[in-house]
Design a protein around this ligand. Sequence first.
Ligand code: NAD
Length: 260
Amino acid sequence: MLKGKNAVVTGSTSGIGLGTAKELAKAGCNVILNSFTDNEDDHALAAEIEKTYGVTARYIQADMSKGEACVRLIEEATKALGSVDILVNNAGIQFVAPIEEFPPEKWDAILAINLSSSFHTIRAALPGMKKAGWGRIVNIVSAHGLTASPFKSAYVSAKHGMMGLTKTVALETAEVDITCNAICPGYVMTPLVEAQIPEQMKVHNMSREDVIREVMLDRQPSKEFATVEEIGGTAVFLCSPPARQITGTSISVDGGWTAL
Ligand code: NAD
């Protein structure tokens, strides 16, 4: 369905980013994987995608906390594939603490990676999309782009900011065949979520199973994690012809969380 299109997925060596890159490749897209590391495993992931889906896939190291690296990612991706038609802004980190104890450097890092990186990648990718007359921007936001939770001040602020960025870019590109949308996942079992379990077990003095059901999935009425394939499949839909008039909005994939 997306054969011949070229996609960049930021933060795509694990979790939702990797799942989305695979779903795009399954739909025929060439893909650029990205993270801040540069080791053999990163390049091996791209080689595996090439082999499995018969598309071109490359890994480009770029630290999404740095504006100039975000721009370089788009430049190198354009050189490698010829264009960037689809941009998935996915890179993100989390830190949980009451605001009085929230380390200012964690605030800065979360704002840089979870929000500002998308400003820089979109800014760098749009001229090429406008020239080509086609582009799809998908921002991986969160239920926390629509609602808040305690102890996640930086994450919730960055994700709410992403919703504003999504709407603004959509308005600025509305008359071209370019769309910009957000996907708002609830809890998806990825390394980012897995890493929160031990801390939550300590704080709540609960077993792993109880933390998952009573704490994490407490607000997710389906009582199930969403999967990376479901998030990636939603991204593919947003890039597909029936989604042409969908722009400046969000799709929640959260088992009913934001309906509560
Ligand atoms: P993850 O930790 O599995 O993956 C994050 C990816 O980002 C990794 O590939 C990591 O290497 C990369 N990354 C981190 N810092 C980076 C940097 N400075 N530069 C480049 N890459 C960097 O996390 P995930 O759960 O897959 O989350 C992906 C996105 O989905 C994030 O934006 C997150 O906020 C969002 N999200 C996740 C969930 C969830 O439940 N997992 C829910 C809602 C939203």
